[in-house]
Design a protein around this ligand. Sequence first.
Ligand SMILES: [Fe+2]
Ligand SMILES: [Fe+2]
Length: 340
Amino acid sequence: MSQDIKKQTILVVDDSTENLDILDSILSTEYNINFATNGKTAIEISKKYMPDIILLDIIMPVMDGFEACKLLKKDPLTKNIPIIFVTAKEEDFDEAKGFELGAVDYITKPVSSIVVKARVKTQLALYDQKRELTRLVNERTKELNQTRLEIIRKLGVASEFKDNETGIHVVRMSKYCCEIAKAYGFNEDEAELLLNAAPMHDLGKIGIPDVVLQKPGKLNDEEWEIIKTHCDIGKRIIGEHKSELISTAKIVAYEHHEKWNGKGYPQGLVGEDIHIYARIVAVADVFDALTSLRPYKEAWSTKRAIKLVEEEAGSHFDPKVVEAFIKAMPEIIMIKNKYQ
Ligand SMILES: [Fe+2]
Ligand SMILES: [Fe+2]
């Protein structure tokens, strides 16, 4: 089928070649025309060529127009293509059924050239407008999501700055989380959710006094209790929101210091009562802390840090998460080298 890319495309479906010829002669000067002689072929052509509109006869062999319309409207790929039924006067067309199936209009045979052109033009204009609006909405939604993500990332970085860091810790550990989540069996979207939520795990440190947070020496019991409140502060800063990202971030902020054996804080949750995302964050966070240089400690070698994580499987960490962590090690090492 030779197509003029500047022209819109109409799929004309009719089992009578005479009718196809008539519609072709009316429309082919302004539009590209594709043809089908039954509903089944119409569906195949629609999926392949994505016409801008379909003119659909009703009574046809193999598959009639109603059935074809129903199937086209069911398929996400073709459901938005406007359909106009073309019906013979003597066919006693059931208009209600036609509209119910999702058709936008109908034309009666024998067709009038003026009516066909006018109806097609109107429906194409509406369809264009709808597509443009959808495009705009998608673009704006994407923009909004990106801004939101960026703000969230910056919040995570802000909390790290306060904690004597460069902000790179949250970048690295959230990427580790993403890889561990995938190795654990989460799909891309779920892993990405954690990637975006994990940077907020220590957001609550914003609320910890500098004298405690940045104290060079060892913390006493009282100071240690103050540090522990960062989980609850983080949870309160993030707050309630129906967004999946925000609710995930809240869980991670609140539960990332819980331990598999129940000896963590703030709630002392045990095993699978700790949210799986928080169990993953716990491993990634500790691994990155161990392998990073801190004012009070050297950076451990990867090997040494892995050994400790493995030893803590079943006590500090979920053994299955540790398994996933080991499985994801090639990716983790790549991330570690990239974000020094
Ligand atoms: Fe923390
Ligand atoms: Fe951390």
